[in-house]
Write a protein that binds this ligand. Structure first.
Ligand code: ATP
Length: 684
């Protein structure tokens, strides 16, 4: 029901409420306080103790003027009294305060008490004027709402109170009684009453618990409900273990790590079932995910089915194609590559061969998603670096097969809590082990005055046969003074560091044609180019184990996850490697971020920190995944509730409980929450 139908909300307030994202009366119930002030125990001035936080009801006794302190601040003081004593309110640099009070008026003060010599003071107390002893809003545990400048706390409190009294019937319980009982949850009306105007701390806590529970539960239930409606009677390709897996393992150029073997085992077992696999493989940078994709695709092809792998960039598609071809070279499989650069003629042949089943494995970019790409029997879809793909794109590829198995690989480590949350019942494998012989990448954070020394260090490594990356942010013309562009870095290297030798240094940037980029990348891989100066084109997945130095210019412009990805381009073999972050940043957040990089090489730790700094929503685009924002729960702090609700959701879905009458309100709620079903379905 539109907020304007609430008694006492005129057109102006309705507009202000809309500016806070409150459109309906239901919204207002769910507009939760960001904090509370405990004013439950008002005290007399005589009983105040130094350091305690209290609520007082007092009268304005004396309005002193404003004076300058020794440190140059404006200090305004006002004396308040009750029938037991006096206390002075002090405000810094708010001279207008003295005009807000009138001698003799009653106010409510809330703040921390200081005893200075014989005088009691409160610095910058919160206050409420026109105070009436009977005003329930003002005594007790008071809600503090997130507000903008249009509405006062008091007005909003009154509006909410009003809604709770006059429109309570709009608050309907959606959780069935048996769930309330089983988990000891308070009913919805009690919860909403107490989240806004808590009777006491205990009721507040119970209400918070109930609302967090509801929030996380609805999301988990929604995810699983839709997954089931898609997956329930899907029969998938039942792919047996190939008799040649052992031979393949023996022919690999390295021994698999335990984590790789475990992940492969999990994948092969999934593909043997007649339910489509739905697995996320998370491996830190350089942990060796490509070989896992290769083995899964091999097993699929050996059974006579087709497998496809989707890569986010052309450079990566080519790299995967060449690594996978080389890993599987002793087996008679037809492996193809399709990208934007594939010629028309080649493409025609590929399309025909795919459609009639000649091609066993195809690796490609977005070109794979085009409508005219058809498969004979696509049974496995692998996508690399999922965050680069819109969920819809992945769905497009999946739809080219008949319930194919899906394997999603990501190098962006997602903390387990978030994975639990975002992927509902997706199975997760974690490669938490790097191949043997890898050394920690030494990471330094330096100022730009060190640039020349850093470049000389690159020269030293190049002399020893190694290679280096220098990554520069993309800079606009107008930002030139602050940031060094790739071209400038290139000029400096060629002219100063390498005394005019322009053969071994190259620039790579997004504006170049694909051929140019490929040509340079190829030369770098072969080792002819020693130093690659680039914009972030190298960010994801590039594998050149001979590279030992990664320099990031204006490093403050990159997010933590991105810096970790960039650093992951070195230290990919057994050679000692270095990452040098150059930045003149002065703001604390940027310095914190760069310092974290110097302290840890662990992608999981880094992504947790990243989330602390930036918040989960922004990092993983919750909305992009079709997930609603969280209003009250916190996926880190509320991990226990998350697990409980996830298990409950699973159980209810498995037992088809949502079909029952008592669950109908819940089902309707979920259906309205997850209107865009496609975003959920693509996780299958
Ligand atoms: N078990 C292993 N032992 C030794 N080397 C390995 C092993 N597995 C993979 N490698 C090598 O490690 C390097 C990194 O592997 P790969 O390119 O698959 O990493 P990745 O997980 O895709 O990393 P990123 O996400 O950073 O691209 C490659 O050169 C690969 O040949």
């Amino acid at each position: 029901m539109d907020i304007k139908y609430l008694k006492g909300v005129g057109p102006k307030n309705a507009e202000y409420l809309r500016s806070l994202g409150i459109y309906t009366i239901e919204d207002i119930f769910y507009y939760f306080p960001r904090d509370y002030e405990d004013r439950a125990n008002t005290k007399k001035i005589r009983d105040l103790k130094d350091g305690e936080i209290v609520t007082l009801i007092a009268e304005v006794a004396l309005i002193n003027g404003t004076r300058k302190t020794q440190t140059g601040k404006n200090l305004t003081s006002i004396v308040f009294k009750d029938d037991t004593g006096f206390i002075t309110g002090i405000w810094f640099n708010q001279p207008y305060i003295k005009k807000t009070f009138k001698v003799g008026e009653k106010v409510l003060l809330y703040g921390k008490v200081n005893r200075r010599f014989a005088e009691l003071q409160m610095v910058d107390p919160k206050y409420e004027k026109n105070f009436d002893n009977n005003d329930e809003n003002s005594v007790g545990i008071l809600p503090i709402y997130p507000l903008n400048k249009y509405l006062s706390q008091k007005t909003l409190r009154n509006i909410i109170k009003n809604a709770l009294i006059n429109k309570r019937e709009l608050l309907k319980e959606i959780l069935p009684k048996r769930i309330l009982d089983e988990f000891n949850l308070v009913d919805i009306q009690t919860a909403i009453d107490n989240i806004h105007f808590p009777k006491n701390k205990d009721m507040l806590n119970k209400s918070i618990y109930r609302l967090k529970f509801e929030e996380l539960f609805l999301i988990q239930l929604g995810l699983q409900y839709y997954k089931k409606s898609i997956n329930s009677d899907l029969s998938a390709y039942n792919i047996p273990l190939s008799g040649r897996l052992k031979e393949l393992k023996e022919k690999l150029p390295f021994e698999l790590t335990n984590a790789q073997s475990r992940t492969i085992r999990e994948i092969l077992l999934d593909m043997k079932k007649n339910k489509p696999m739905n697995r996320l493989v998370q491996g830190d940078v350089g942990s060796g995910k490509t070989v896992i994709a290769a083995i899964a695709m091999f097993n699929c092809a050996e059974a006579g089915y087709q497998a496809a792998m989707l890569a986010p960039t052309e450079i990566l598609a080519e790299q995967h194609f060449s690594s996978i071809t080389s890993l599987l070279k002793d087996f008679d499989l037809n492996i193809a590559l399709i990208t934007g650069s594939t010629t028309k003629k080649q493409k025609e042949k590929i399309l025909t061969d795919l459609a009639n089943g000649e091609i066993d494995i195809i690796i490609g970019t977005h070109a794979l998603l085009q409508e005219n790409v058809e498969f004979k029997n696509l049974a496995l879809v692998v996508t690399d670096e999922q965050h680069r793909f819109g969920v819809r794109q992945r769905a497009t590829l999946v739809s080219k097969g008949h319930n194919p198995h899906v394997l999603v690989m990501t190098a962006t480590p997602i903390p387990r809590t978030l994975a639990l949350f975002m992927y509902g019942d997706m199975d997760i494998s974690i490669i938490n082990e790097l191949p043997k012989g890898r050394q920690k990448v030494d990471t330094y954070f330096v100022r730009s005055t060190m640039r020349e020394r850093v470049y000389n260090f690159i020269k030293k490594e190049v002399m020893e046969g190694r290679q280096a990356y220098i990554v520069c942010p993309l800079v606009e013309e107008s930002e030139k003074i602050e940031a060094i562009s790739a071209e400038e870095a290139y000029d400096f290297l060629v002219n100063n560091t390498f005394n005019g030798n322009d053969k071994i240094v190259a620039v790579l940037h997004g504006k170049m044609s694909n051929e140019e980029k490929d040509f340079i990348m190829q030369k770098f891989k072969e080792g002819a180019i020693k130093v690659l100066v680039s914009t972030t084109v190298v960010e994801v997945g590039v594998n050149v184990p001979n590279a030992t130095v990664m320099v990031v210019e204006n490093a403050e412009r990159f997010g933590l996850a991105q810096l970790h990805q960039l650093r992951g381009r070195v230290g990919r073999g057994s050679l000692k490697s270095y990452c040098i972050l150059i930045s003149d940043a002065t703001n604390k957040e940027a310095i914190d971020r760069l310092t974290i990089m110097t302290k840890t090489n662990d992608g999981f730790v880094i992504s947790e920190k990243d989330m602390e700094l930036r918040g989960t929503g922004e990092l993983f685009g919750m909305r992009q995944h079709g997930l609603p924002d969280l209003k009250i729960a916190d996926i880190f702090k509320d991990i226990e509730i998350l697990k409980t609700t996830r298990d409950l959701a699973r159980r209810l879905i498995e037992d088809n409980m949502l079909e029952k009458d008592e669950f109908e309100p819940l089902r309707i709620k979920i259906e309205s929450m997850f209107k865009e079903k496609i975003d959920i379905t693509t996780f299958n």
